[in-house]
Design a protein around this ligand. Structure first.
Ligand code: S3P
Length: 439
């Protein structure tokens, strides 16, 4: 991928792959439902396939045909370990690179009548799991870190659970979702209060599948609660395009003069769409076409034209709405005029890589002045002057690879990524998609 520098402009219309977060949840809830769930436009990325593989190992039949995934649910209490994946009496589940799979299904596994070990790749096995272990233990779960380092591999012994009223220190949809999933099986009500609302796909989808979920603002933050559930019902779920993938094209078109692209059918759930506000605050020219009123997940077409960008401040409640987009926002900031400050984003340090360190390292390679902080960074934009080419270290992180592929469009010499294959986690055909727009 050394050929993208000085290419463009971007022109034409595209769709991006299905939303990763929503696909995970559709596979999980479909597996736990009565009847068949049809997932239209599912993301065939490695992370979502890890979720499907875990449920296959628990006896769920999952088939794919074209853009449709069909999940034949086994009901909330019908999961059974496939004997082929039993080791020493424990079901072995491989969650690959996927933090979402690991954390959310921990909440399901904690309540099953069998025990398992959850493990993933090197990056996954170094990410913090205490944030789910602690609340699940409070619910009565038998969940331990096998190496006693609060990371996967996790050993989970299914047990009867009871409801809790939990205050989460982080605004994390994975933590919230793990607790709500466990809450479906618990005695009594379960609630989780997060400091600010993280993506609410689980709440929306649980309701669509027949569970009751309440969300209320409190003086401590946003409180989401659910109660024990008898059954969920299979549904037809249409997955919108992933705004986290669209973000790479929004950035690419914004920084490449003369660009005009239409990205069709993008999910614009307000708990996910912070990139639209942040890019707008930087001067990006993005128009939302359509009313975005589709239930349960709003979607719209996005018309993006190149525009001169300027620095901004990204902080506070906005952070959870664009946490996965911060690497590519940092690239936009590098191309902008003036200074961009990102703060309150310490979570970036525990994503697929330490994204604060990795963005800093790679933007510096490209000639940008970046000052990292424990919870963010300060980026001095080059104001439209070209970035420098060079060798990019992706650390196997899909969003770093795609962000720096976008950065290469603004470079004056070749940019080489040490690993392009990692994009398969969330957008296997990313390079083809990007190239299809380059004129
Ligand atoms: C996700 C939640 C976010 C996000 C991740 C997907 C989800 O993580 O970064 O890519 O689908 O629930 P946290 O819950 O750790 O914030």
């Amino acid at each position: 991928m050394t050929d993208l520098y000085r290419s463009g402009p971007l022109r034409g219309s595209v769709t991006v792959p299905g939303d990763k977060s929503i696909t995970h949840r559709a596979v999980i809830l479909g597996s736990l439902s009565e009847g068949v769930t049809e997932i239209i436009g599912y993301l065939p990325g490695a992370d979502c396939l890890s979720t499907a593989d875990c449920f296959r190992r628990m006896g769920v039949e999952i088939e794919t045909a074209g853009e449709i995934m069909l999940v034949t649910g086994r009901g909330l209490r019908g999961l059974r370990p496939d004997p082929r994946f039993m080791e020493n009496g424990l079901l072995s589940l491989d969650t690959g690179n996927s933090g979402t799979t690991t954390r959310i299904i921990s909440g399901v596994l904690a309540a099953q009548p069998f025990s398992c070990v959850l493990s993933g790749d090197e990056s996954l096995n170094s990410r913090p799991m205490r944030r789910v272990m602690q609340p699940l233990r409070l619910m009565g779960a038998g969940i331990t870190s096998i190496l006693d380092n609060d990371c996967a591999p996790l050993r989970i012994e299914g047990r009867p659970l009871h409801g809790i009223d939990y205050r989460s220190p982080v605004a994390s949809a994975q933590v919230k979702s793990a607790i709500l999933m466990a809450g479906l099986y618990a005695d009594g009500r379960t609630s989780v209060t997060e400091p600010s609302l993280s993506r609410d796909h689980t709440e929306r989808m649980l309701q669509a599948f027949g569970a009751s979920v309440d969300t209320v603002d409190t003086s401590d933050g946003v409180k989401i609660s659910t109660g024990p559930c008898d059954r969920l019902y299979g549904q037809s779920v249409r997955i919108p395009g992933d705004i986290s993938s669209a973000a790479f094209l929004i950035a690419a078109a914004s920084i490449t003069p003369g660009s005009e692209i239409l990205i069709r059918n993008v999910g614009i759930n307000p708990t996910r769409a912070g990139i639209l506000q942040a890019a707008g605050a930087m001067g990006a020219d993005i128009r939302i076409l359509g009313d975005g009123q589709n239930a349960p997940e709003p979607r719209a077409d996005l018309l993006v034209r190149s525009a001169p960008l300027h620095g901004t401040v990204i902080e506070g409640r906005m952070i959870p709405t664009l946490i996965d987009e911060l690497p590519v926002i940092a690239v936009m900031a590098a191309c902008a005029e003036g200074t961009t400050v990102i703060r309150d984003a310490a979570e970036l340090r525990v994503k697929e890589s330490d994204r604060i360190a990795v963005i800093t390292e790679n933007l510096r390679t490209m000639g940008v002045d970046v000052t990292p902080a424990p919870d963010g960074m300060v980026i001095e934009g080059l104001g439209g002057a070209p970035l420098r080419g060079g060798q990019i270290h992706t650390h196997g992180d899909h969003r770093i690879a795609m962000s720096f592929a976008v950065a290469s469009l603004a470079a004056d010499s070749p940019v080489k990524l040490d690993d392009e294959s990692c994009v398969a986690v969330s957008w296997p055909s990313f390079f083809r998609g990007l190239r299809s727009l380059l004129t």
